[in-house]
Design a protein around this ligand. Structure first.
Ligand code: PLP
Length: 373
């Protein structure tokens, strides 16, 4: 927990929420000022027209910072779209998957399972579940030998970091030759480098590593934008959003601005490689306690595919899980209860979580084990 001085003292918890998630205080304070007066215009960010010159500059800077931070190649279009990542589950199928065609979906967690359901609801195509992680309690992502990608598929969709059970792919899965990879990177984008050119499309909800809910980043290779697989209504069409510079209608202007500030903050802090290093160090603090706890704590994921962002584990009983989360909250460590589908404990540590927050949780885990072990 951090106490902040100034006119009013603010009590800030160490926030381990999976999303919406912790943001850096300096970005929040900047946003607070921008609510009332953005760049000395006498008008706040919530009040500026999305067609006016001030917002035009805000969006242009946000897009530019995004490209710089991610090292996103020019042959990829950046879209900032309304709605969360859940909307992309159907939107990407509508845009990329023709009727009667096949798309591959390894099912590795709650969110990839939802992506499968939504794609099936959106299009009359074959959604091929090429790995059924649920059979393994989602404790790992597939090895090469565990899935057989479909030759000629329209794409292979995967979730690079699984927010609920805390697994991740160390490298992208291998699709059949010529088949584009489509990646849900919601819980790790800008937390470790992405090989953009290995992907046709990468998308991520904003509410974890770059700000405010209700906006989703879609990075799509331009040749895929030009493929029309079916007639679409305007708001569903990536091509239409691209043509309109992500301003087809009144867009989520505040979220676009918050994202821009987050991109700049991440650049200033050293960029994606630096965050990958920090995230690995934070995760290691917790995994080291789990691994040396003699079974007091049990990780939900197999070691080779452990996430550096979402550390999920359980204690010996549900009662102990609940007590752990409740006592942690009293010590200033917030939102540690696991996802409802997995139970246990989950510590989500996105880029804005400092090492000190992970240290505080490590200390709490040791103390809780000493008293209850
Ligand atoms: C990996 C992943 N994909 C998709 C989503 C859904 O995002 P949203 O709630 O913004 O639709 C989440 C939410 O936590 C997520 O973790």
């Amino acid at each position: 927990m951090t106490a902040i001085g100034g006119a009013a003292t603010v009590r800030r918890m160490w926030n381990f929420s999976a999303g919406p998630a912790a943001m850096p205080l300096e970005v929040l304070e900047r946003l607070r000022g921008d609510l009332v007066d953005l760049d000395a215009t006498g008008v706040g960010i919530l009040e500026h027209s999305h067609r006016g010159p001030t917002f035009e500059r805000v969006l242009e800077e946000s897009m530019r910072s995004c490209r710089t931070l991610g090292g996103i190649p020019e042959e990829y279009e950046i879209l900032m779209l309304p709605g969360g990542a859940t909307l992309q589950f159907s939107q990407l199928a509508l845009n990329l998957l023709p009727d009667g065609a096949t798309a591959d979906y390894p099912d590795t967690d709650v969110w990839s399972a939802k992506a499968i359901i939504e794609a099936r609801a959106a299009v009359r195509a074959n959604i091929a579940v090429i790995f059924e992680g649920k059979r393994f309690h989602y404790d790992h992502v597939p090895t090469l030998g565990e899935m057989t990608p479909t030759a000629g598929a329209a794409y292979l969709h995967y979730c690079s970091n699984n927010t609920v059970h805390g697994t991740r792919y160390s490298t992208p899965p291998r699709a059949a030759p010529g088949v584009p990879l489509v990646c849900d990177a919601s819980s790790e984008i800008f937390g470790r480098p992405i090989d953009w050119r290995a992907h046709g499309l990468v998308y991520a909800a904003a509410q974890k590593n770059f700000g405010v809910a209700a906006m989703t980043l879609v990075v799509i290779r331009r040749d895929l934008l030009e493929r029309t697989v079916r007639p679409l209504h305007t708001m569903a069409s990536y091509a239409q959003h691209a043509k309109a510079g992500s301003r087809l209608n009144t867009p989520p202007t505040f979220a676009m601005h918050a994202a821009g500030l987050m991109f700049k903050w991440m650049i200033k802090e050293g960029g994606v490689e630096e965050f990958a290093r920090r995230n690995a160090a934070k995760a290691q603090l917790l995994y080291s306690v789990i691994d040396s706890s003699g079974g007091f704590y049990t990780g939900l994921s197999q070691r080779p595919c452990r996430s550096d962002i979402n550390v999920s584990f359980r204690l010996r009983t549900n009662e102990l899980d609940s007590r752990f989360a409740a006592e942690a909250a009293r010590e200033g460590l917030d939102a540690l209860a696991g996802h409802k589908d997995a139970g246990g404990i989950r510590a989500s540590m996105y880029n804005a979580m400092p090492l000190d927050g992970a240290r505080a949780l490590q200390e709490f885990m040791r103390e809780f084990m000493r008293i209850n072990g």
